[in-house]
Ligand binder design. Structure first.
Ligand SMILES: Cc1cc2nc3c(=O)[nH]c(=O)nc-3n(C[C@H](O)[C@H](O)[C@H](O)COP(=O)(O)OP(=O)(O)OC[C@H]3O[C@@H](n4cnc5c(N)ncnc54)[C@H](O)[C@@H]3O)c2cc1C
Length: 376
């Protein structure tokens, strides 16, 4: 492979998708992950048309259709099941939405990368750069050198401090219980349906993943303690069930009554960063733009980041890297900030009993690769 060498720190959906995109453009990219294996929490996420478009170009569309659950309808309702709005599922060019089990998505991305590009048990502890190169140091004593270093190391990014002054994540006051269950436990669940119930204090989002074999649930409510976003603790299913009794749609009750295992997260985001890059280092995914999960776009934006970056870096000389990374920031920062702010706004809208902003053309119809080409 010719051109620049990229070191990616963090092997979540963002880092892995970036590596697949970079390699598809003929750029050498290696992923360094702190954990002992590439894995994800036992939960799902929604793949939206804006990232499906990217994944198709990376040759992954068939795999997504094989592992994902194709959505047939997305209804936002009040707690009692009355419909508030119906969310469009498709972009203008026909791309739609899939529910993905996170572990399936990680496996799918990992299988798109050569084994020698993947390095587990590498926790980044330091970063240094000069005019010619950048070097990452790992806790195990090893180092990795590249023309570009990408910090894809999540909301508690270690690399972020080398780009901007460190600031604490912002706690939303919300906590989420989430998990999956065999879909056969809820025989009344309509095939391919997404439901988002909400009252002024809690929301419940349910959708199928893994070809419809599993149902994913996310139950948001007011947190009674601060929990670190990256730290998940087992939640008590009885506590979860208690909130969805009187006045709630029986279908919501049916779902939560079948939960036998769940994890609980405190929900954080950050103020939009002024800067995403410094020299040869750039941030990507939650390290750059953590957002509240109320637009379902955190991972989708991370996938866009990777394709945008790869398009801009294709064929670039090492001496030009810092300028190109500034272009990456120009391409990505305002769009990601719009989702960060929009996700916060959706929390307010829903607390006021209004429909959240979801499925708008500016979200779905965006083509990050085409936009990146205009900046080359
Ligand atoms: C309840 C909830 C629901 C959500 N639903 C959706 C949804 O429907 N759609 C959507 O698009 N998004 C959703 N999101 C957001 C999405 O989960 C995140 O935006 C996305 O996973 C971020 O990916 P990432 O790769 O940037 O970061 P992460 O997934 O956090 O990955 C970072 C990786 O870096 C590794 N790492 C960290 N520090 C180091 C280090 N020092 N050295 C080496 N490795 C390191 C970590 O181990 C991890 O593997 C949701 C989030 C929540 C909380």
């Amino acid at each position: 492979m010719a051109g620049v060498r990229v070191v990616i720190v963090g092997g979540g959906i963002g880092g892995l998708a970036a590596a697949v995109a970079l390699r598809a453009k003929g750029i050498q990219a290696d992923v360094y992950e702190q954990a002992q294996r590439f894995s994800e929490v036992g939960a799902g996420f929604m793949l939206a048309p804006n990232s499906l478009r990217v994944l198709e170009r990376l040759g992954l569309h068939d795999e997504i259709t094989r592992f994902g659950a194709h959505f047939t309808g997305f209804t936002v309702c009040r707690a009692d099941g009355t419909e508030v709005s119906s969310v469009p599922l498709g972009g203008a060019d026909g791309y739609t939405m899939f529910g993905m089990y996170r572990a399936d998505m990680v496996n799918l991305l990992v299988s798109g990368l050569p084994g020698d590009a993947l390095h587990i048990d590498h926790r980044c502890v330091a970063f240094a750069q000069d005019d010619d190169r950048a070097v990452v140091t790992f806790e195990n004593g090893e180092t990795a050198e590249g023309d570009v270093v990408i910090g894809a190391d999540g909301i508690h990014s270690v690399l972020q401090q080398y780009v901007v002054e460190p600031r604490d994540p912002v706690f939303s006051g919300l906590a989420a219980y989430r998990g999956v269950m065999p879909a056969e436990r809820v025989p009344d669940w309509p095939d391919g349906a997404v439901r988002f119930w909400s009252d002024s204090t809690r929301n419940l989002l349910v959708y199928p993943v893994r070809r419809g074999e599993l149902l994913n649930f996310v139950a948001f409510g007011v947190a009674d303690e601060q929990m670190r976003e990256s730290w998940s603790a087992p939640g008590d299913p009885r506590q979860l069930t208690a909130g969805y009794g009187d006045g709630w749609d029986p279908l919501a009750g049916e779902v939560v009554s079948q939960v036998d295992a769940t994890f609980r997260w405190g929900i954080y985001d950050r103020e939009s960063l002024r800067q995403w890059t410094r020299g040869r280092l750039a941030l990507l995914g939650d390290a750059a733009h953590p957002m509240l999960p109320y637009m379902g776009q955190g991972a989708n934006q991370a996938i866009e980041d990777g394709m945008g970056l790869a398009t801009l870096l294709e064929g670039v000389r090492t001496v030009d890297v810092p300028h190109v990374l500034v272009r990456y920031q120009t391409l990505r920062r305002d769009r990601a900030a719009r989702f960060q702010q929009g996700s916060r706004f959706n929390v307010e809208l829903m607390a006021a009993g209004k429909a959240p902003i979801l499925g708008m053309p500016w979200m779905y119809d965006y083509d990050v690769e085409a936009e990146a080409r205009t900046l080359r």
